[in-house]
Write a protein that binds this ligand. Structure first.
Ligand code: TYD
Length: 148
């Protein structure tokens, strides 16, 4: 994993620190299986798993950044777009396979949109749920990143 040091510097993280992780795909004629292990397939200890589902057409999610938390976002079913923003650069990644995960560094604004019908957005997070870890105001985010 590149740029490990930057995970402790959320003010400095950029969209270019984020990468797609290719998980193993164990093929079987009766169906496929993808295993994910702490610090092996994902570069942190997973403390929380949550998933978004039953997303109405045209809705978007996210619109926040995290101060400390890092995460891996997976399209467990269907597809959607994740737009990352570091205050200077934006990058949009389409996720559409359950064996790809987008590793999102701390300190990045994210919007998730264009959910396909029946999409399931699975998130592996490095922290328990702490409301204080969220930055939900974009201007606060820009101040946090010290970019003007
Ligand atoms: P929110 O983070 O706003 O969802 P998203 O960014 O995906 O659009 O969370 C929606 C609500 O769910 C909010 O009231 C907080 C709550 N929530 C929890 O209680 N625990 C969790 O682990 C998460 C992710 C959210």
């Amino acid at each position: 994993m590149k740029n490990l040091k930057k995970q402790g510097m959320p003010h400095k993280s950029t969209v270019f620190d984020c990468s797609i992780i290719h998980f193993p795909k164990i093929h079987n004629r009766a169906g496929n299986l993808t295993p994910i292990q702490n610090n092996i397939e994902v570069p942190f200890d997973v403390r929380r798993v949550y998933y978004l589902y039953d997303i109405p057409g045209g809705e978007s999610r996210g619109a926040h950044a995290h101060r400390k938390l890092q995460q891996v976002i997976i399209a467990a079913s269907g597809s959607f777009d994740v737009t990352l923003d570091d205050g200077r650069n934006k990058k949009t990644v389409q996720l559409n396979r359950p064996y790809f995960g987008l590793h999102v560094f701390p300190g990045l604004w994210r919007d998730i949109s264009n959910f396909s019908s029946g999409a399931v957005c699975l998130v592996l997070a490095s922290e328990f749920y702490y409301a204080e870890d969220y930055i939900r105001d974009y201007n606060d985010f820009i101040t946090f990143k010290a970019v003007k």
